[in-house]
Design a protein around this ligand. Structure first.
Ligand code: SF4
Length: 687
């Protein structure tokens, strides 16, 4: 116990996919302190968010009563000074009855739901179940669509499994580590400590990113390539490896297929031909290719910089090809690790919050799978895969989708081209939002259901390492706010579903029956052991082939596809977006955490100091950043990590929402929007 705490509760960090274990210290029903625990992914470490980002749960903005939009109140414009003026308080009975009656008015195809990667596995499972079994549609998605959907599509196609092949702690066993399109020191800080430690022990680090970053000073090679040229760079590496005979022929023959197709295609991608496109000298490309291929053990990490492109799936296909042709797979210190963002984006995806797959990635389009779930849930199910996040927004404007249930997501801030998303939300006949704050999305709701924050509930969460961990309730939700599981069940009952779940454990027991990945991962074991890795406790996967029809990994050659928008004379900058160390995603939690918001209180756009000099601007001056979709006024911040010709805006600031600017164009496979790059212009703001 800390000096003044009355009790402690062991749980998890609510923020990123690292999944740090922690202990809450509680006094007078208030969290007063958080300490790191000796979890397998953090060994007592916490970053600034985990350590200081907990007091949001006591913020006076917490929703404590159900709210219903007043008769005739316009959905926009919202009065930012008094947004609650559009709503009246309601009893739970009235709010839940109206919620269910509203959903029942529509055809299945007119309904959709966004679940949350911040909810537990059990909440995710029940959410996709209510949409599938209660609404009768597969229109259920969540923020995986905005982060690793392209990783999932490429990994499933290539090796039949969408999760990481090795945990990030395996950096300590690797000889060479590639980090591409990811900024772990900012976004997965505790995972980054393992990479830094590995470098200190002698591993070579290759960082590949258009911006320099926290890991740059640990890197042997900082490969600052042009935004959107990933395939050119990766294929030039593959070209070198094949041309110089650095492939692992035994591995290729035993464990892969279609190497010949790759070898044929890759002839067009010599480093000499690609250096102009990716902005990296041919000799440097050859050097990093040799470094990766010749090492005994090489491991690749990637993040949104790889995935959030119209060619995001191709980027991941090229990364997989690198690993497969060199045999850097299936052994300690090797493999592929897409660093998961949200604390449960892995688990929410595993649990079926995806429109084209049921829990455990069982395809909706398979009649056998469809029939199995109809039998298991004893209900008629839609045989067609559903719509994804951005497609749902389009269908609303096409008049085909009329009602939504959104739990814990904030598409008004997180979706690309947010003006358009907000227009879609405002056009819904019946929008129910379940959340802990009046988010930018909740402002468009017809009914708002006050929900529970992370420390107010018990459930399991799956981190980026495939480690399923137990989070425990430390406090009760404030006022009349309720636990999310209870809310979903109450709506389900009113929709005619015969549900009798009393607890997260009941839901987990059902999941164990239908999800093979949970084999041996029982609730009781998780309660006792806190953390179990799936499948079957294996930290490193695929030493003896892959879960594909012929046990081989499929190598898929890729073509050069440019970004959908590139700078031109009207919009001469590249705009890129992402996260910052102190704030989490759309900022709903961390901007209400006192310490974190004190460190980063104001919206900033980072630019190379040379660009500020050119415009005669100083740090903190206001600039206007515009794209073909929107405009924001924001403070300029000089940042040498950002190359000239680029501007970076984090998407956590509602006052200058980066996604008002971003491009909704989709990768055709993963249906992920290209929020990582678009064309922008910058002008000094008028005083
Ligand atoms: Fe939380 Fe991630 Fe920081 Fe760990 S690294 S404390 S999980 S935000």
């Amino acid at each position: 116990l800390s000096d003044t705490a009355e009790r402690t509760v062991n749980s998890l960090c609510p923020f990123c996919g690292v999944g740090c274990q922690l202990t809450y210290h509680i006094k007078d029903d208030q969290l007063i302190k958080v300490e790191g625990r000796k979890g397998p992914a953090n060994e007592e470490k916490l970053c600034v968010k985990g350590r200081f980002g907990f007091d949001y749960i006591h913020h006076p903005h917490r929703l404590t009563k159900p709210l219903i939009r007043k008769e005739g109140a316009a959905k926009e414009p919202i009065d930012p000074a008094n947004p609650l003026s559009h709503f009246r308080e309601a009893s739970w009975e009235e709010a839940l009855d109206k919620t269910a009656q509203g959903f029942k008015r529509y055809q299945p195809s007119e309904l959709a739901g966004f679940g949350s990667a911040k909810g537990s596995n059990e909440e995710a499972y029940l959410f996709q179940k209510i949409v599938r079994a209660g609404f009768g549609t597969n229109n259920v998605d969540h923020c995986t669509r905005l982060c690793h959907a392209s990783s999932v599509s490429a990994l499933m196609e290539g090796i039949g499994s969408a999760a990481v092949t090795a945990p990030f702690m395996d950096a300590l066993k690797a000889d060479v580590i590639i980090v591409i399109g990811s900024r772990p020191a900012q976004n997965h800080p505790v995972a980054a400590t393992y990479i830094k430690e590995a470098v200190k022990k002698g591993a070579k680090l290759i960082v590949m990113d258009p911006r320099r970053q926290g890991l740059t000073r640990f890197a042997d090679h900082m490969v600052q390539f042009k935004s959107g040229s990933d395939v050119a760079l990766l294929n030039a590496m593959i070209h070198t490896i094949i041309e110089e005979g650095l492939v692992n022929q035994d591995y290729i023959e035993k464990y892969t297929e279609d190497f010949d197709k790759l070898a044929d295609k890759i002839k067009d991608f010599s480093p000499d031909a690609m250096q102009e496109i990716c902005g990296i000298k041919a000799d440097e490309i050859r050097t990093i290719a040799r470094t990766y291929a010749k090492a005994e053990r090489s491991l690749i990490f990637w993040g949104m910089g790889v995935t959030q492109h119209v060619h995001g799936t191709d980027n991941v296909r090229s990364l997989m090809a690198l690993a497969l042709i060199t045999g850097h797979m299936g052994r300690d210190g090797t493999g592929l690790h897409p660093l998961r963002g949200q604390n449960n984006v892995q688990g929410a995806s595993d649990s079926g919050l995806i429109p084209m797959v049921y829990p455990n990635y069982q395809p909706v389009a398979s009649k056998e799978v469809h029939d199995k779930f109809e039998e298991f849930w004893q209900v008629k199910l839609d045989p067609e895969p559903g719509l994804t996040v951005v497609e749902i927004m389009h269908e609303i404007q096409a008049g085909k989708l009329k009602s939504m249930y959104i739990m814990g997501e904030n598409p008004a801030m997180s979706d690309p081209d947010a003006n358009n998303s907000r227009k879609s939300l405002s056009m819904l006949d019946h929008l129910v939002v379940q959340d802990i704050f009046l988010t930018e999305t909740a402002m468009y709701a017809d009914i708002i259901l006050p929900a529970s924050a992370f420390p107010e509930k018990t459930g399991t969460f799956t981190n980026t390492n495939r480690q399923i961990q137990m989070a425990r309730q430390a406090l009760n939700p404030p006022g009349q706010a309720k636990q999310d599981l209870w809310i979903i069940c109450e709506i389900a009952k009113r929709m005619g579903l015969d549900w009798s779940y009393e607890s997260a454990k009941d839901v987990h027991l059902e999941m164990e029956q239908i999800m093979g990945s949970l084999n041996g991962i029982t609730w009781d074991r998780l309660e006792a052991e806190d953390c179990l890795t799936y499948p079957n406790g294996q930290a490193v996967l695929f030493g003896e082939g892959f879960p594909t029809a012929n046990s081989k990994g499929r190598i898929v050659p890729t073509d050069l596809i440019p970004p959908d928008e590139v700078p031109d004379t009207d919009y001469p900058f590249v705009l890129t977006t992402g996260r910052m160390l102190e704030h989490w995603h759309t900022g709903a939690m961390t901007r209400r955490a006192a310490v974190l918001n004190q460190i980063e209180a104001h919206p900033v756009a980072s630019l190379n100091p040379k660009e500020l000099n050119k415009m005669g601007l100083e740090a903190g001056d206001m600039i206007t950043v515009s794209t073909r979709r929107g405009t924001v006024d924001i403070h300029a911040r000089p940042d040498r990590d950002v190359p000239t010709g680029m501007v970076f805006i984090p998407f956590c600031f509602k006052e200058a929402a980066a996604n008002l600017l971003t491009n909704p164009q989709l990768d055709p496979y993963g249906k992920i929007p290209e929020v990582k790059t678009c064309a922008a212009k910058i002008t000094p703001s008028k005083p």
